[in-house]
Design a protein around this ligand. Structure first.
Ligand SMILES: Nc1nc2c(c(=O)[nH]1)N[C@H]1C(S)=C(S)[C@@H](COP(=O)(O)O)O[C@H]1N2
Ligand SMILES: [Mo]
Length: 333
């Protein structure tokens, strides 16, 4: 896959020889997780990570206990965590899609170099009462990041379980007070070919753009993501701030965001523009709607050797199916 998100992993890429689909790693992780709850301590042992320093924990926003939001239903709160074994940190950070750096999933981590996020700004504008430019300190002050352990499903059929850190995007949107005419939210990645060398090639139209309907953006599961495994988000996973929408295919999770605009009309999205028959605006995980070139019925969890069945809405139907009542999910794929 050079100029294309397309093809499902070849079986040669997903044999147990591959470090990302290593059976022994999975079995070790599985046995270990069976006996202990998923805590930071478990992560360290699973991944042989040094204990996060106070500073890295503060930057990831995990320095204090999570706040219980009484306005959320128990069904929603339950979806914030998963009992499934988290995918090892090494895999999450060394098997990436981030075309601004490389189209080679194994090559992104090595291509990010010393990508710096200092002086980062995120402009939130458009149809809002209070257009605001946030720096990273401002972003951290909007709300305390929480850990969210979500399933993640790439449209190419690989998947993982990830302990992200962040807070519901709606907390940021509430700050700028969307106007009633705002029906969609448009997101934009940094454009700077000197720092993102993949942007010197024309594999995609730069900058990468994505979008959500306003009710999707306001859903409590939609995560403004600032951390991974209790530490800052690494560059290859979309530092300093990315989007995670766990019931949608991974490409909706736009990385390294510099702009969030509230708009009246459905905004263009990078992969839809590239191949409109293959990648829809909605991109809800749907095992019954095949990609034109491969089935979406099953997936390959990083670390496992077999395939498992893909779940409608990636298993978050109870929380989000109501957003799509009356919509033909095959037509609006
Ligand atoms: N800006 C930007 N965001 C992006 C991408 C990209 O190439 N550029 N790739 C998308 C795709 S296809 C996937 S599957 C996820 C991968 O996230 P990960 O590398 O952290 O697993 O990021 C998404 N966000
Ligand atoms: Mo993807």
């Amino acid at each position: 896959m050079t100029s294309d998100l397309p093809k499902a992993p070849k079986s040669s890429e997903i044999t147990p020889e591959s470090v990302y689909f290593n059976r022994r790693t999975f079995m070790k992780a599985g046995l270990f997780a069976a006996s202990v709850a998923a805590t930071a301590g478990v992560y360290r042992q699973l991944n042989r990570l040094p204990r996060a320093t106070k500073e890295t924990a503060r930057l990831a926003g995990l320095d204090s206990a999570p706040v219980v939001d009484a306005s959320l239903s128990p069904d929603t709160v339950r979806a914030f965590h998963s009992d499934e074994t988290p995918t090892p940190y090494q895999s999450i950070t060394h098997y990436n899609n981030f075309y601004e750096f490389s189209t080679d999933k194994d090559g992104v981590a090595g291509a990010v170099g010393d990508f710096s996020t200092s002086d980062w700004k995120i402009v939130v504008d458009g149809m809002v009462s209070k257009p605001t430019t946030f720096d990273l300190d401002d972003i951290r002050k909007v709300a305390r990041p929480e850990e969210r352990i979500y399933r993640f499903r790439c449209v190419e059929t690989w998947s993982m379980v990830v302990p992200w850190a962040g807070y519901s995007l709606r907390k940021l949107l509430d700050r700028v007070q969307p106007l009633s005419g705002a029906k969609y939210v448009a997101f934009t990645t940094l454009f700077d070919p000197s720092r993102m060398p993949g942007q010197k090639s024309d594999v995609l139209d730069w900058p990468y753009v994505e979008g959500l309907r306003i009710d999707e953006a306001m859903h409590p599961l939609t995560l403004l993501t600032t951390g991974l495994y209790g530490r800052e988000l690494p560059a290859q996973d979309g530092a300093p701030v990315r989007l995670i929408v766990p019931w949608k295919y991974g490409f909706k999770g736009i990385k390294s965001i510099v702009k969030i605009s509230l708009v009246a009309d459905e905004p263009p999205t990078s992969w839809n523009r590239y191949a409109p028959d293959e990648y829809g605006f909605y991109a809800n995980v749907n095992p019954n709607h095949p990609h034109p070139r491969w089935s979406q019925a099953t997936e390959q969890r990083l670390g496992e050797s077999g395939r498992r069945e893909t779940l409608m809405f990636n298993g978050y139907g109870e929380q989000v199916a109501g957003l799509y009542k009356g919509m033909d999910l095959d037509k609006f794929f």
